[in-house]
Write a protein that binds this ligand. Structure first.
Ligand SMILES: Nc1nc2c(ncn2[C@@H]2O[C@H](COP(=O)(O)OP(=O)(O)O)[C@@H](O)[C@H]2O)c(=O)[nH]1
Ligand SMILES: [Mg+2]
Length: 363
């Protein structure tokens, strides 16, 4: 008996056996925790029923589920005549139940469907003929077509109706040409194991490929980053060299400026020295700015006075003009040196450059 919890497996088992051998209860929790086998002998014929927990709706781990299924089949040694897929008629046909065909094949092998009968329970709740009800539901029809044993219905409430159980046994008898043996199960298990092995290998291969791909991507990323780093280093090196050049250039300019400033300072100092020399001469009491100019003027004046005297005296002697000699000579000797000195002094002042012009020259 296979089916969801509460589908009526245990109740249907009791109907088949004609006795209340399994505990049936309305509970969402699976009452039957392990596979249980009950037997009766009716008219010399032994009938065995194996009840199962709601295998597709339990939260069993893959390993536990496999162990339970294996246990089920071992209980049915040499193998079950039929798998009864129990579905209740008064509830929605769930997606879980739609996948039952696949589930049976995966867990009991491809051939298990040849021995499967869909057993509907809660027939007493049905408001229309069963075949009509099936036709309305396409998934249900599809499920029944997948199972070689077709379908049958039970009203588990009516335990006194032995006819429904007998009809099912007849159907099973008609179906069974060959036992679903332990060997078949083992073969099926082997195939399932091989498939799992193949899937595992495939999975491992994919993981290896993915790892390889990740490593390759990582390697490329590092390479790319290295290249970028080197480019950046190169650029930094170029920038450094450029800065060094600029620094050298600046140092050179600073040196040049310093040299020019020194030169300028020296020039300034020279000018200042000259200025202080002049001012010291001025303060020594000379009437003119440049004594050399005054001296020259004085000498020229004296020379001119001598020349005038040299000309005037002979003329005054020859022509006996005593007054000329007496007046012109003294006047010449006083006036001309004075005039010479004055002219020399003025020339000197005019030749002297102005302070502003001098500063301009220094700069
Ligand atoms: N009305 C009605 N109730 C049913 C029928 N079959 C089972 N039940 C009830 O459904 C509940 C669950 O049944 P059970 O056999 O324990 O389901 P299991 O979990 O699949 O074994 C119980 O309360 C049963 O009395 C049926 O054909 N008609
Ligand atoms: Mg049960």
């Amino acid at each position: 008996m296979l089916g969801k919890t509460g589908s009526g497996k245990s109740s249907a088992g009791n109907i088949i056996l004609g006795e209340k051998k399994f505990h049936a209860s309305f509970s969402f929790e699976s009452v039957t925790r392990n596979c249980e086998k009950r037997e009766v002998t009716v008219l010399g014929r032994k009938i065995s029923v194996i009840d199962t927990p709601g295998l597709f709706d339990t939260s069993l781990s893959e390993e536990d589920l496999k162990a339970k299924i294996k246990n089920c089949v071992q209980l049915a040694v040499p193998g079950p005549h039929a798998f009864l897929l129990v579905i209740r008629l008064d509830a929605r046909f769930t997606a879980e139940e739609r996948n039952t065909v696949k589930w049976i094949q995966e867990n009991f092998g491809e051939d298990a469907l040849k021995h499967t009968i869909v057993l509907f329970t809660h027939a007493d709740q049905l408001v229309m003929p069963l075949d009509q009800f099936i036709k309305v539901s396409q998934p249900l029809e599809h499920l029944i077509k997948s199972c070689a044993g077709g379908y049958h219905s039970f009203n588990n409430v009516n335990s006194g109706d032995r006819f429904q159980a007998q009809k099912l046994v007849d159907k099973i008898d008609a179906l069974v040409r060959k036992y679903y043996t332990n060997e078949m199960f083992q073969q099926a298990q082997e195939e399932i194991n091989q498939k799992e092995e193949r899937e595992k290998e495939e999975e491992e291969r994919k993981i290896r490929e993915r790892e390889e791909q990740i490593r390759e991507e990582e390697r490329r990323r590092i390479e790319r980053e290295n290249q970028e780093m080197q480019t950046r280093l190169r650029m930094a090196e170029e920038a450094r060299r450029k800065l060094e050049k600029e620094l050298e250039e600046r140092n050179r300019i600073s040196e040049e400026i310093r040299r020019l400033q020194e030169q300028q300072n020296r020039t300034r100092q020279g000018v200042n020295n000259r200025k202080s020399g002049e001012s010291s001469e001025e303060s020594s009491g000379t009437c003119c700015r440049k004594p050399s100019g005054t001296v020259i003027g004085l000498l020229v004046g004296i020379t001119l006075a001598i020349v005038v005297a040299g000309v005037t005296i002979p003329v005054a002697i020859v022509y006996k003009i005593h007054l000329l000699a007496e007046i012109a000579v003294p006047i010449g000797f006083i006036f001309l040196p004075l005039m010479g000195s004055l002219i020399g002094c003025i020339c000197k002042i005019m030749k002297q450059p102005r302070e502003g012009e001098r500063q301009h020259l220094i700069n």
